[in-house]
Write a new protein. Structure first.
Length: 135
């Protein structure tokens, strides 16, 4: 599969005192009927809950970039498929990002979720690696 535009993946954090909170979103993923996998706060693509680049751009006005990288998507298994992964600190109201399937969690919460198979999408695990590289 060849891709014209890189997918955009964004994980937003907010700082409350000395605790970092990360907003993750539940997405219906193919092959997971009746349940969701948790993914990044925002991402482009087709499907429920996914946004356009313009929609993400409008939301990112209220965020301060922390880290980012563009790399091959899904471990390079798709020819010429790349994704832009970004972590940013959200300055807006926490509920401005809340959807029925999103939640704010700490890194400890995310670590516990990651221990359960099929709970976190590849996109979320990849963007979380940027957070851990800064820890």
């Amino acid at each position: 599969v060849e891709q014209e535009d890189a997918q955009q993946v964004v994980l937003l954090a907010r700082i409350d005192g000395d605790v970092a909170w990360f907003c993750i979103t539940g997405y219906a993923e193919p092959g997971h009927e009746g349940r969701v996998e948790f993914g990044p706060t925002l991402q482009t693509g087709a499907g429920e809950g996914k946004l356009s680049r313009d929609q993400i751009g409008r939301l990112m006005v209220e965020a301060d970039p922390l880290d980012g990288i563009e790399q091959s998507d899904e471990g390079g298994r798709f020819w010429h498929a790349t994704a832009r992964y970004d972590v940013a600190v959200w300055r807006g109201a926490p509920d401005a990002l809340t959807t029925p399937t999103s939640v704010w969690l700490t890194l400890g919460d995310l670590q516990r979720l990651a221990k359960r198979s099929g709970t976190l999408t590849n996109e979320l695990r990849t963007v979380l690696s940027l957070v851990l590289a800064r820890a």
